[in-house]
Write a protein of this length. Structure first.
Length: 140
């Protein structure tokens, strides 16, 4: 996966995401416990093991999304689909923050570039986001 310049860039993005998650205290309890177990009580090994496990977890999430994004051998145009959903939400006063593995929808206190008031919805699935967006914007 990471043998070329594009793969290495993806790898860097994943490590950046993990660093941000750690800074924000967003830790997978299951993966942390797995790291503690495999570290055999050695505190200095827990964090590196966690990063290794979280990295693989993110790669797996991306692979699973790619598998589900295919119908037969024909890939679904998720980029166009995302743009359509994001546009619908933005037209209705929402803001979408997208990372490698999730979408976070927030409300603006005023039109862009206003401050975000609060998170109103979060998912890692574009289909779920699309369904939520259609429902939320229909009921406005």
């Amino acid at each position: 996966m990471f043998g070329n310049k594009y793969g290495r860039r993806s790898e860097e993005k994943i490590y950046s995401q993990i660093a941000k998650e750690l800074e924000d205290g967003l830790i997978s309890k299951g993966l942390w416990l797995k790291a503690e177990t495999q570290a055999n009580g050695d505190e200095s090994k827990i964090r590196p093991l966690y990063v290794k496990f979280r990295f693989q977890s993110i790669v797996d999430e991306i692979d699973i999304k790619n598998d589900f994004a295919k119908i037969g051998n024909k890939p679904v145009d998720t980029k166009a689909r995302k743009e359509e959903v994001f546009k619908l939400l933005e037209e209705n006063g929402y803001f979408v923050k997208s990372s490698l593995t999730k979408f976070i929808v927030s409300r603006y206190s005023k039109p862009p570039p206003g401050a975000i008031i609060k998170k109103v919805y979060e998912t890692s699935d574009i289909s779920e986001l699309e369904a939520w967006a259609k429902d939320a914007c229909k009921n406005k």
